[in-house]
Write a protein that binds this ligand. Structure first.
Ligand SMILES: [Cu+2]
Length: 281
């Protein structure tokens, strides 16, 4: 038979839990302070990349403050209402408080979403500036290829044709030889590197020949699915010359991990030389 006091539990459990919550919160904050988020990613090389980093920071700070307050609040409640031999009381909740924190959460998340939509939408929905360099990006298992429209700035049509004699070996994605727009197109075949000019707007037209792939360059903070049957535009202006890794960010088959190449960001002169090399081949 337990004594009357035995039924009230122990205050030690509540105190320990409260201390544990405080320690866990302090440790979590320490992890973020010890390795600040600007050291997580390679530096962005475009304006939208910086905008996404700022949004990331905003989201992290706001949710971080809420996290710390919520955990400290929880620790305080656990400690404040620890057992002291009193009878437990029943609370039916508080409607006013519920409305307040539901509204606060909704405003916070919808607000962050509205704030961030510019960075997301601008690269996808806004028409590209007229001087944008257009590059077709084609994903296929397990290589990227690219096509430039040539001096006329226009892509030739593809001639999607079945080739009965070699149906399964011949690539049906052939630029139509009868289309004058396609005469000067520059094809950078599977596995090629591609290049853009520094400080010049670029519009990528992303397509896929087979399954869903995803075009991803960390320094651009851009990741876009390449969907069969669609041409998805994506725009950016790279401001830092260099060579940046392009990977496929969608598990697209057994060779998915091999599906990488590079994007060069070159000065106008270097780009002209690079293009000359490519077309000479
Ligand atoms: Cu892929």
């Amino acid at each position: 038979m337990g004594s009357k006091k035995g039924n009230t539990g122990s205050a030690a459990t509540a105190t320990t839990l409260a201390l544990f919550l405080v320690a866990l919160t302090v440790f979590t904050v320490y992890i973020f302070v010890a390795k600040p988020i600007w050291s997580w990613f390679p530096p962005a090389i475009n304006e939208i990349g910086h905008e996404i980093d700022r949004q990331f920071m905003r989201t992290l700070v706001i949710t971080g403050v809420v996290f710390v307050l919520a955990q400290f609040g929880l620790a305080w409640v656990v400690f404040r209402y620890r057992t002291r031999g009193q009878r437990a009381t029943y609370s039916h909740g508080n409607n006013v408080m519920e409305v307040i924190w539901t509204l606060a959460t909704a405003i916070l998340f919808i607000g962050l979403g509205i704030y961030a939509q510019r960075a997301w939408a601008e690269v996808r929905l806004k028409p590209a500036p007229p001087d944008a360099m257009r590059i077709e990006v084609i994903g296929q298992q397990f290589k990227w290829s690219f096509r430039l429209p040539g001096p006329d700035g226009k892509f030739g049509k593809y001639k999607f044709e079945a080739h009965p004699e070699q149906e399964f070996t011949r690539d049906p994605w052939v630029v139509d030889a009868d289309d004058p727009d396609g005469k000067d197109d520059v094809i950078l075949g599977p596995g090629s590197v591609f290049a853009v000019v520094v400080d010049q707007p670029v519009e990528l037209l992303i397509r896929s020949k087979d399954v869903t792939h995803s075009f991803f360059v960390r320094e651009l903070r851009l990741k876009q699915d390449a969907v069969p049957g669609m041409t998805v535009p994506l725009q950016f202006t790279a401001t830092v010359p260099g060579e940046y890794q392009v990977v496929c960010a969608e598990l697209c088959g057994q060779g998915h991990h091999l599906m990488g190449t590079f994007m060069k960001v070159l000065s106008r002169e270097d780009y002209a030389a690079w293009l000359k090399d490519m077309t000479a081949e």
